[in-house]
Design a protein around this ligand. Structure first.
Ligand code: AHN
Ligand code: ZN
Length: 336
């Protein structure tokens, strides 16, 4: 029996979710006689489907820019809740209003899918589902207030996690998993403002970190995916990830290397990036890493189309989605 729990009652809209039962098969499997645990776990990592992940990215982008307070954002949020709710055992919708750096009051929602809620040993996976309201790094200054598709910056991480949700609804790892799609990560202050305010970013995760969906929530560790879909992406060991969760970075990078993905997961340290994982570490104390594309050949340090109107499906390579998704799946199935 699946449950949908709606938080922050006065702001809640009733969401009707179509649910399908995927729990029964999972419970059958768990009743099956135990085999040699370590050995079977090592080999039984399910295959990540790159085309399915690509489709999940494309479906988000098709709504148009997912900027808070817009119709495309509302519709995309409903679709994400429906789809994640179809895979998870329990779905939480956490709605709130938050004030952006420019005074705009944003109606936002974090979308939280819980797998195997009975398990006390848990892994947190997350990505942001909103897209940036302005292409303030576009080469054309006339586009500096145009909203972006955010195919890579936003939709890619969510697409990978949705595919992982689909897979673990069919075959459960030994740990519980929580998948959170954070809202309003990318409403940070416009680059024309000279005095940067780091806390203007990641508003959804800041809210969740102070008000988790369960007050006693904890996880062994967390993994944030941000910009995980571009062709030839390179992931360096991000600064805050190393500061707060160096052992998790090592675990993930080792698993990636064992799968032959060392040309994506570089054995190099990258910059410090104020992103959703920063607040999960700082406020909730859950060691959380950020798998994020860093590129030292660009002036801003991210992929070339970052915060431009060029961040479209054209930058997405299904192979990159697969490399990241298969690595995260292998991490989940390596936990006892
Ligand atoms: C800052 O530029 C301070 N943070 C960038 C985090 C980000 C933006 N991730 C995606 N878009
Ligand atoms: Zn961004």
């Amino acid at each position: 029996m699946k449950k949908t729990l709606l938080l922050n009652i006065p702001l809640v809209l009733v969401l009707l979710l179509t649910v399908h039962s995927c729990g029964d098969a999972v419970r059958e499997e768990q009743r099956a006689p135990d085999r040699d645990n370590a050995r079977s776990r090592a080999v039984e990592v399910p295959a990540f489907n790159r085309d399915s992940a690509y489709f999940f990215v494309d479906q988000q982008v098709a709504f148009g820019p997912r900027v808070p307070n817009t119709e495309a954002h509302r519709k995309a949020g409903e679709w994400l809740a429906q789809t994640l709710g179809g895979f998870a055992d329990t779905l939480y919708i956490q709605r709130t209003r938050t004030r952006a750096y420019d005074g705009t009051v944003l109606n936002i929602k974090n979308i939280i899918g819980v797998f195997q809620p009975e398990k006390t040993s848990r892994i947190l996976l997350c990505a942001h589902w909103d897209s940036r309201p302005y292409a303030d790094h576009d080469p054309d200054p006339e586009k500096h207030y145009t909203p972006i598709d955010g195919a890579n910056d936003g939709a890619s991480g969510v697409g990978v996690l949705m595919e992982i949700a689909r897979i673990i609804s069919e075959k459960s790892p030994n740990v519980g998993v929580d998948i959170i799609f954070f809202d309003a990560e990318d409403y940070g202050q416009h680059q024309s403002i000279t005095r940067p305010d780091q806390d203007s970013w990641a508003l959804g995760s800041q809210h969740w970190a102070r008000n988790p969906h369960r007050s006693d929530y904890n996880a062994r560790f967390g993994i944030l995916l941000d910009m995980v879909g571009a062709s030839g992406a390179t992931f360096k060991k991000e600064g805050f990830s190393m500061l707060y969760a160096a052992n998790i970075v090592r675990k993930v990078w080792n698993i990636a290397r064992r799968q032959g993905y060392e040309h994506y997961f570089l054995n190099r340290e990258g910059g410090y990036i104020t992103d959703d994982h920063y607040y999960i570490n700082k406020i909730r104390g859950i060691p959380t890493i950020n798998i994020i594309h860093q590129d030292e050949t660009t002036s801003h340090g991210f992929f070339p189309e970052w915060h431009t109107t060029g961040d479209t499906m054209e930058v997405i390579d299904p192979e990159t989605l697969k490399v990241v998704g298969q690595t995260v799946l292998a991490v989940l199935f390596s936990e006892n």
